[in-house]
Design a protein around this ligand. Structure first.
Ligand SMILES: *[C@@H]1O[C@H](CO)[C@@H](O)[C@H](O)[C@H]1NC(C)=O
Ligand SMILES: *[C@@H]1O[C@H](CO)[C@@H](O)[C@H](O)[C@H]1NC(C)=O
Ligand SMILES: *[C@@H]1O[C@H](CO)[C@@H](O)[C@H](O)[C@H]1NC(C)=O
Ligand SMILES: *[C@@H]1O[C@H](CO)[C@@H](O)[C@H](O)[C@H]1NC(C)=O
Ligand SMILES: *[C@@H]1O[C@H](CO)[C@@H](O)[C@H](O)[C@H]1NC(C)=O
Ligand SMILES: *[C@@H]1O[C@H](CO)[C@@H](O)[C@H](O)[C@H]1NC(C)=O
Ligand SMILES: *[C@@H]1O[C@H](CO)[C@@H](O)[C@H](O)[C@H]1NC(C)=O
Length: 502
């Protein structure tokens, strides 16, 4: 997207922005204690894939078997973590979202703990805490130990609940003195769809072009086991650690902002169905103890049942909800279903259209979609505490383009403004994390899409990091230096940028 065009778009958006003056705001408009952070995940940032006893996860296996870009080296965070904590400090982050690599800590997924893996996370967490950065740790971010996949089919098998809980136990015990914010499973809903319906993320199972899998049944089995694994880990924390450590445990979900394509009754109902299938699938059990009625009705016997005991276990098991948000989509009703074949998408009975440019893979900037998601969670699920654990913008291109990343600043500016709107209207949102701290190995697209506040030179063996303009912008915002106006703020930053480095 052209910078000038995007600036014009953003300014016109800002003028039509709902609420009062939310295009002019500063950090002090947010409630006391509201956390601003950024994130990465283990496989996307650490590298050192075969070092110090780490064994492969399904992610390593998936990308290597398909000859895709891989995370063997990634940003080499495993060796550069001190340097990276320094970047966080200079940026002024309150908090940092990262994940623990299960197969680095427990290489076979169950059994002995790897002392070097344990030491790495202790050192890293200590480094964060020493510098006053609140660690938000995720236990699972697409990287199931390959051993568990091979032994019994990983998330498809109920045995995973026991093994995940044992892994969580090690993490709570070893790191819980410093880590107060735990996310069990990262974007559990979209992980399930990507990995077991579409087969585009590890372990890459589906009915169509995959070696094995069943898109009719497996997404629902896996979704069920994820909920039970999360709930079991959460119960363990409450029984064994919460009194002593005082932290909280959450599930994180990918939330698309849905709106009907037309004003027809059908599209309106279809939009509610979209929310129920994508978000309610997991948020409904977490809040009320069972799946949405519309899923039960449509998916029938392919949707597992919670026993009474399981329902009680899952209900109320998330102390806050982690939200991952990137996309808005328009919903069209497509009932009746395609005859003879059912997968997650046909079960939903909808078609989604995203306002993205296929050529540039840039999507429209739609901050009201995030505001809508937060409003919907507030109204439909009893206003639980929410942390936005990922939100951000990818840009392709060389260093010059990356450096002048005004579209990313525009994006962050209007999305943070949307969060402020929701908070002002009563949403219990407590934090916002930019994805990502630096350019990382991306889940889809490898090293081509760059989301970072810091540029990483992947052609340089030292993997040099340099601040983009957005790192300066975010830093100034967090430090509360300025009241930003879209145009003034950016031109000032641009002139500051040419004469300084962080
Ligand atoms: C689940 O794994 C166990 C081994 O832990 C195995 O005995 C059982 O057959 C597996 N069940 C399924 C449905 O694959
Ligand atoms: C998927 O599983 C269902 C239920 O067991 C079965 O009827 C269907 O034939 C399977 N589909 C594929 C593609 O294997
Ligand atoms: C599509 O969704 C957007 C919000 O994401 C909404 O503003 C718009 O009215 C919807 N309909 C069409 C036809 O674009
Ligand atoms: C998509 O981006 C390309 C390249 O910038 C541009 O030429 C094209 O007009 C855009 N398409 C739409 C539908 O905006
Ligand atoms: C603000 O919250 C109220 C009460 O939940 C709701 O009725 C209203 O629609 C919300 N406003 C916006 C702009 O979302
Ligand atoms: C990246 O590193 C390579 C190799 O050291 C170097 O030639 C290139 O100039 C660097 N690019 C940038 C944008 O710093
Ligand atoms: C730019 O630099 C000046 C002088 O150091 C500082 O006062 C101002 O706050 C900076 N502006 C931004 C937006 O960072």
């Amino acid at each position: 997207m052209d910078c000038v065009v995007s600036l014009i778009i953003t300014i016109s958006l800002a003028l039509h922005f709902p609420g009062s003056c939310s295009h002019v705001y500063s950090r002090s408009d947010f409630p006391e204690g509201f956390a601003f952070g950024a994130g990465t995940s283990a496989y996307q940032w650490e590298g050192a894939a075969a070092e110090d006893g780490r064994k492969p996860s399904v992610w390593d296996t998936f990308v290597h078997s398909r000859n895709l870009d891989n995370g063997d080296v990634a940003c080499d965070g495993y060796h550069k973590y001190k340097e990276d904590v320094q970047l966080m400090v200079e940026t002024g982050l309150d908090a940092f979202k990262f994940s623990i690599s299960w197969s680095r800590l427990i290489p076979n997924g169950r059994g002995p703990v790897n002392p070097k893996g344990l030491q790495f996370y202790k050192n890293f967490i200590q480094e964060l805490v020493t510098h006053g950065i609140e660690p938000h740790a995720t236990l699972f971010h697409y990287d199931l130990p390959q051993a568990l996949e091979d032994d019994y089919g990983g998330w498809l098998n109920r045995t995973i609940v026991k093994d995940f809980t044992a892994y969580a136990d090690v993490c709570f015990r070893e790191f819980g003195n410093h880590v107060k914010f735990w996310t069990t499973l990262n974007e559990a809903n979209i992980f399930t769809i990507g990995s077991y319906n579409d087969g585009i993320t590890g372990p890459g199972r589906c009915s169509g072009n995959c070696k094995s899998g069943n898109s009719s049944t497996e997404p629902y089995i896996v979704g069920h086991n994820l909920l039970l694994a999360h709930a079991s880990a959460s119960r363990l924390y409450r029984q064994k650690y919460k009194d002593m450590q005082g932290g909280s445990v959450a599930l994180s979900l990918y939330a698309i902002g849905f709106s009907p394509l037309t004003t027809s009754k059908d599209d309106e109902i279809a939009t509610q169905r979209a929310r129920d299938f994508y978000l309610g699938w997991m948020l409904e059990p977490l809040t009320f103890g069972d799946y949405p009625h519309v899923m039960r009705r449509t998916v029938g016997s392919r949707l597992p049942h919670f026993s009474e005991e399981e329902s009680e276990l899952v209900k109320g098991s998330s102390d806050f909800i982690g939200i991952i948000h990137y996309l808005a989509a328009n919903v069209t009703n497509t009932k009746p279903y395609f005859p003879g074949y059912a997968d997650f998408y046909s079960d939903t009975g909808i078609t989604l259209s995203y306002t993205c440019n296929i050529t540039t893979s840039q999507c429209a900037v739609t901050p009201w979609a995030l505001e809508g998601v937060l409003e919907y969670i507030k109204q439909s699920y009893g206003n639980p505490p929410v942390y936005i654990l990922e939100n951000g913008k990818s840009m392709k291109g060389d260093f010059q383009l990356q450096e002048k990343d005004t579209p990313r600043i525009d994006y962050l500016h209007v999305y943070i403004g949307a969060v402020l709107n929701a908070v002002r209207n009563g949403s219990d949102t407590r934090g916002y994390f930019v994805w990502s701290l630096m350019d990382v190995f991306e889940l889809l697209g490898g090293y081509s899409p760059r989301y970072g506040l810091y540029y990483v030179n992947f052609s340089d063996s030292r993997l040099t990091r340099s601040p983009k303009l957005s790192a300066h912008w975010y830093s100034a915002f967090i430090k509360g230096d300025t009241t930003f106006r879209v145009s003034q703020g950016i031109s000032q930053l641009q002139s500051n940028f040419s004469s300084s480095s962080l």
